[in-house]
Design a protein around this ligand. Structure first.
Ligand SMILES: [Zn+2]
Length: 184
């Protein structure tokens, strides 16, 4: 498995691309979420460390197949129009969630679970952004890099990239910039 695989609007996956080693994410938020086996192992470590700081996180979304992405993209397209949909949800084949390496995390607080923009200003979210790289994750769609990633800021979306995560974090790069730097 190439943990540094770049999937974006210019680098789509075919419909038939299915990860080979998916496992149940063990999420208490939602049943039947699947993710790559290594991603689960590393996320569990991050989750355990976070809990030692009093932060409780879980997985809200993991692997999504091509057909599912097609369904949610078309739904948003119909509801909100093209220019809204295109910056918020990947077209089928262009979502990292199809790799099994992407996670949307959620935050438990006082028995309630917070997702997506609800977690934006929480201390736990900042902590995750600063520490996730220790277990191979990067914040994939950071604030201020929208022109490069072609996505709005997504404070909840983590991407497992393995060993290169700390380098990417310390140099304040996106995966696009990291990949480009290798070509030079
Ligand atoms: Zn996501």
């Amino acid at each position: 498995m190439d943990y540094s695989i770049l999937v974006n609007k210019d680098n789509p996956l075919p419909r038939a691309s299915i990860p080979t080693d998916l496992v149940d994410a063990g999420s208490l938020y939602k049943d039947n979420i699947k993710i790559d086996r290594t991603v689960k192992e590393e996320f569990d470590k991050l989750k355990t460390l976070a809990s030692q700081y009093g932060y409780h996180i879980d997985i809200e979304s993991g692997y999504r197949d091509y057909d599912y992405q097609e369904k949610i993209y078309n739904h948003l397209l119909e509801e909100k129009g093209f220019s809204y949909a295109i910056t918020r949800i990947a077209e089928p084949g262009k979502s990292e969630h199809q790799t099994g390496l992407a996670i949307d995390f959620c935050v438990y607080d006082n028995g309630k679970c917070y997702i997506e923009h609800e977690i934006e200003d929480l201390p736990v979210t900042k902590w995750i952004h600063q520490n996730a790289h220790r277990y191979g994750f990067i914040l994939r769609y950071p604030e201020g890099k929208e022109d490069i990633t072609k996505y709005s800021y997504e404070p909840w979306h983590l991407r497992y990239v393995g060993d290169i995560a700390s380098y990417i974090y310390n140099h304040n790069l996106t995966l696009e910039e990291y990949k480009n730097s290798l070509l030079k």
